[in-house]
Design a protein around this ligand. Structure first.
Ligand code: R1P
Ligand code: URA
Length: 235
């Protein structure tokens, strides 16, 4: 067991899907994986291992925000030998031409978090990016499955509720597609420990129009991104 994950050595696969929502992890395991077994319920942050097309895959909830996601990414890589981490998350669209339920892959992640400023003594604006091989595979998988998937940069924000919507407008002008809360930390930690990471997202709400999905839909209906992530993880 690590501090925050209750799995024994060998119970977590080398490939892990990481939704923020632990109940999305449970839904993914029960809906998509064969012979899924729960290896951890520490803090209610469920983790399961099963198989997808015969290949072992785990799915581990990571919580909301970069401090939480960093803990799970760090322990998965350093204590369980995980090499491939694919976040499957929800996001708020910043781009006018995204619709609810659109799927996107984050090739890069800007952030307002202080975590990397602290990491680099405030001297470097580090650019967290997706693993190129995983991203290329995800694009191929989406095309093969006939799923339209946008690829572009996102914002990983510390706050879900912002007092500065004007900054979201500015980011949209610079091509940032959507906002979520974990990708920058995931990409940074994967790079630091020589693992591979990718973030695939589904638009759960639109920052400009105010349209939004329900919490039940965010938990149990974003299947296209899960299928892309599973096929990518085992490729
Ligand atoms: O749906 P998940 O994966 O949790 O992702 C998004 O949803 C949460 C906010 O509602 C944040 O974790 C954000 O990144
Ligand atoms: O971080 C997030 C996730 C979904 N929707 C948002 O508006 N923000």
């Amino acid at each position: 067991m690590s501090t925050h994950i209750g799995a024994k050595p060998g119970e977590i696969a080398e490939r892990v899907l990481m939704p923020g929502d632990p109940l999305r992890a449970k839904w993914i395991a029960e809906t998509y994986l064969e012979d899924a077994k729960c290896y951890s319920s520490v803090r209610g942050m469920y983790g399961f291992t099963g198989t997808w097309s015969g290949v072992p895959v785990s799915v581990q909830g990571s919580g909301m925000g970069m401090p939480s996601a960093s803990i799970y990414a760090h322990e998965l890589i350093n204590e369980y030998g995980v090499r491939t981490l694919i976040r499957v998350g929800s996001c708020g669209a910043l781009s006018e031409d995204l619709q609810l339920r659109d799927v996107l892959a984050a090739n890069a992640s800007s952030t307002d978090s202080n975590m990397n400023r602290a990491r680099f003594d405030g001297l470097i604006d580090y650019a967290p990016v997706a693993d190129f091989g995983l991203l290329r595979t995800a694009v191929e998988v989406a095309e093969r499955r006939g799923i339209t998937m946008r690829v572009g940069p996102v914002l990983a924000a510390d706050a879900f509720y912002t007092d500065r919507p004007d900054l979201y407008d500015t980011l949209a002008q610079y091509g940032v597609l959507a906002v979520e809360m974990e990708s920058a930390a995931l990409y940074t930690i994967a790079a630091r420990f020589k693992a591979r990471a990718l973030t695939v997202l589904t638009v759960s709400d639109h920052i400009k129009t105010g349209e939004r999905t329900t919490s039940q839909e965010r938990e149990q209906t974003f299947g296209q991104m899960v299928e892309i992530a599973l096929d990518t993880a085992i490729a």
